[in-house]
Ligand binder design. Structure first.
Ligand SMILES: Nc1nc2c(ncn2[C@@H]2O[C@H](COP(=O)(O)OP(=O)(O)OP(=O)(O)O)[C@@H](O)[C@H]2O)c(=O)[nH]1
Ligand SMILES: [Mg+2]
Length: 276
């Protein structure tokens, strides 16, 4: 197959900020990736480094046209959004229908509102998560509370800092997924999924820490039906044995080792959960 054409779409303020982080971190380097943001805040879109920025306060025919033009030709569409946002309410149905119409594989990274957010946001999130689970091939559905742990070293943590952590973590997740689909585009269907990553001095140490990543439940690895592991170098034999010993007998393991000039090994794992 020809090189995959990938579109990463940040929806709302959160999605746009996560996309900004990805661009700054060169996520998707060497791949055919375009970044798109879609939102209500024109000022935020004005400072965006994404290739296309779509303002939502227009008539809906115009919005659909612009989304269609932005996603044209994509084999893979990756959506990043705060699921409680009005932007997601408005844009997600359009993005999903447009991506489906061109048979793109759809990934979504979405966070649910924090417990103290409004009932309206929680309602938005219910709607948005439902359509994502129904229409996307892979959904990383994360309660915002889970991101607190990334700022635990701070004395006081504001919600803005927790969102900032969410954006960092999602940027990392998108990076992993872009490698996952680049390896084999049939890897695109992971259902209700979760991911983790970590540095280690050895590949074994790195994978052990990655499977304990705070977004993962304790027994996630045992429940997974598909597992993708990416390592940057190291002796991967002990790491592979560790993973193989943990996963279910009928689970499918995809393994990838890249070379990187660093003393430390970086491990990333993605789990496709078994339906229970
Ligand atoms: N990942 C992430 N989520 C965020 C961020 N800021 C807010 N959220 C979540 O997303 C929802 C709010 O959406 P925003 O990202 O602010 O989107 P918006 O386009 O400003 O839409 P509205 O705020 O609803 O008008 C909230 O329910 C939060 O849980 C962020 O920076 N990153
Ligand atoms: Mg907002």
């Amino acid at each position: 197959m020809d090189k995959l054409k990938i579109k990463v779409v940040g929806v709302g303020e959160g999605g746009a900020k996560a996309v900004g982080k990805m661009i700054a971190a060169s996520v998707g380097m060497g791949k055919d990736v375009d970044f798109v943001t879609i939102g209500n805040d024109e000022n935020l879109l004005l400072v965006s480094a994404a290739k296309t920025n779509i303002f939502l306060n227009r008539d809906s025919t115009m919005i659909y046209k612009r989304i269609t033009a932005a996603l044209r030709g994509a084999n893979v569409v990756v959506i990043v959004a705060g699921a409680g946002s009005t932007a997601a309410m408005k844009a997600l149905p359009e993005i999903l229908s447009c991506a489906k119409n061109q048979n793109a594989t759809i990934f979504a990274f979405a966070n649910r509102p924090f417990v103290l957010e409004s009932a309206a946001r929680k309602q938005n999130a219910e709607f948005c998560m439902n359509i994502l689970h129904r229409e996307a091939d892979t959904v990383f559905d994360v309660p915002t509370e889970k991101f607190f742990v990334f700022r635990l070293h701070q004395m006081q943590v504001s919600l803005a800092e927790v969102f900032e952590a969410a954006n960092d973590v999602f940027a990392q997740g998108v990076d992993i997924c872009l490698d996952m689909v680049a390896k084999d585009d049939s890897l695109g269907k992971w259902g209700n999924a979760a991911f983790g990553c970590s540095l280690g001095f050895t590949a074994l140490e790195a994978v052990k820490a990655a499977v304990k990543f705070p977004l993962l439940d304790a027994d996630e690895i045992k429940r997974a039906s598909k597992i993708f592991v990416r390592l940057t170098g190291g002796n991967d034999v002990p790491a592979k044995k560790f993973i193989q010993d943990m996963i279910a007998a009928d689970a499918k393991l995809f393994w990838r080792v890249d070379n990187a000039a660093s003393d430390k090994i970086f491990a990333s794992v993605v789990f496709g959960r078994k339906e229970v």
